[in-house]
Ligand binder design. Structure first.
Ligand code: KIV
Length: 261
């Protein structure tokens, strides 16, 4: 599936169900479960490689996992994270890294950051590369912010709204909102034409994303915004189907998964 079909689906009001995916077997399972977007997230630094952060993940690692995911679920929309250090230096550096992820089969790249990324987003999107921006909690900035909810103070919320509008104007075609209050995510979603994909951002985004390992109970101490779908499921595929169904029906996330205002 290419981006226009996905955007059309989202425009009908159908919520997009997104999961992180790092290999071919899970990609096949997610395709059968009806997941809309596979995100080859740099969270693989933690879930697959055992690091404490996403920072050690290299472009080579992302290419390897993207190619594996695409082999497993050819035809399913796949988004790949630009890893830390592969795009922040210049738009040209981001183009070189994105080119390699698209050559590995990704349909879209995701990058973290607000105003500072506007020129890069414009540069990539003018060259045929679909870009998903990422605002709120930015795991690649953990050394500055820690893993803390963002956008809770008025000034920070206003800045996030400005950043979202600027990224969309620059050509971003999707926006991940991580760990921000529901009200702020709702305002951003209403303001933008592009889909917003929430994680810890309340139920009113255009879609939801979860880290696979949180969704199937493999994370020791999952974040408050995550839900383990395994206890009520007979097997992993059924759990992933339940996730997709809950997102589409608007029953996940619930109030207990929201980021406090
Ligand atoms: O890498 C990742 O898993 C992500 C999600 C948290 C959105 O970027």
């Amino acid at each position: 599936m290419f981006l226009p079909q996905l955007l059309k689906k989202s425009a009908t009001g159908e919520k997009l169900a997104v999961l992180t995916c790092y290999d071919a077997s899970f990609a096949r399972c997610m395709a059968r479960a009806g997941v809309d977007i596979l995100l080859v997230g740099d969270s693989l630094g933690m879930t697959v490689q055992g690091h404490g952060t996403t920072l050690p993940v290299s472009l080579e690692h992302m290419i390897y996992h993207t190619a594996a995911v695409v082999r497993g679920a050819e035809g399913l929309f796949t988004m790949a994270d630009l890893p830390f250090g592969s795009y922040q230096e210049s738009p040209a550096q981001a183009l070189a890294a994105s080119t390699r992820l698209l050559a590995a089969g990704a349909n879209m790249v995701k990058l973290e950051g607000g105003a500072v990324m506007v020129d890069t987003v414009a540069f990539l999107s003018q060259r045929g590369i679909p870009v998903c921006a990422h605002l709120g909690l930015l795991p690649q900035s953990v050394n500055q912010t820690g893993y803390r909810a963002q956008g809770r103070e008025r000034k920070a919320a206003e800045q996030l709204i400005k950043d979202a509008a600027a990224l969309e104007a620059a050509g971003a075609q999707m926006l991940v909102l991580e760990a921000i209050p529901t009200l702020l995510a709702t305002e951003v979603t209403q303001l933008l034409r592009i889909p917003t994909i929430g994680i810890g951002a309340g139920p009113h985004c255009s879609g939801q994303v979860l880290v696979l390992h949180d969704a199937i109970g493999l994370t020791g101490k999952p974040p408050r915004f995550a839900r383990n779908f395994m206890p009520e499921a007979a097997d992993i595929e059924t759990a992933l189907q339940a996730y997709v169904h809950a997102v589409k029906a608007g029953t996940f996330p619930g109030p207990e998964h929201e980021t406090p205002a």
